[in-house]
Design a protein. Sequence first.
Length: 205
Amino acid sequence: MPPIFHERIGLDGRRISPFSWRIRYAFAHKGLEPEIVPTRFADVGRIRALSGQDLVPIVQDGDRTIHDSWAIACYLEDRYPDRPSLFGGEIARGTARLVNHWAGTTLGGCVRRAIAADFVWVIDPGDRAHYRRTREAQFGMTLEQASADREGLLADIAKICRPLEQTLREQPFVAGLVPAYADYIVFSIFQFALYPASRSGPDGR
């Protein structure tokens, strides 16, 4: 039986979670085809019952249930050692952990603020009130206020990305000569940022 992958979806089935994106690529890297369970914010009861917490991605593999994208990546690496490595060894796994923290806080935090006011319109209408309530509590302000200084936020993102750009001028991938999980982590943030570009908000844009 293949692993079961609970993946966040938004409006019209869009894949809207950077954390789910990196696990989707981790499965592909390992040559695994999980059974995918599309998951909305409204499905929090099911997720809580499975894992004791509220977030996706979640992977069920036999009698194991794993949540948190980093924990899932490590589980896949250790569970399927005969398949292509996600990290390229324990030393590289440690480096990927740094990339994971940097992408989740420094890069991801700034991107999340920059797109917050638009992102709400690419999630399912039934999830928008929940999303607005929880994210505004995190920001300590409205989504619109969080995204108000768009030019300043984009300038901050450009500064944050300078080491990444320098690295990719010197080698083809974050991980070196071939892509690995560190690349999927970084890619997932930019993939996450693409969706609001085609939003359809209350003003019809």
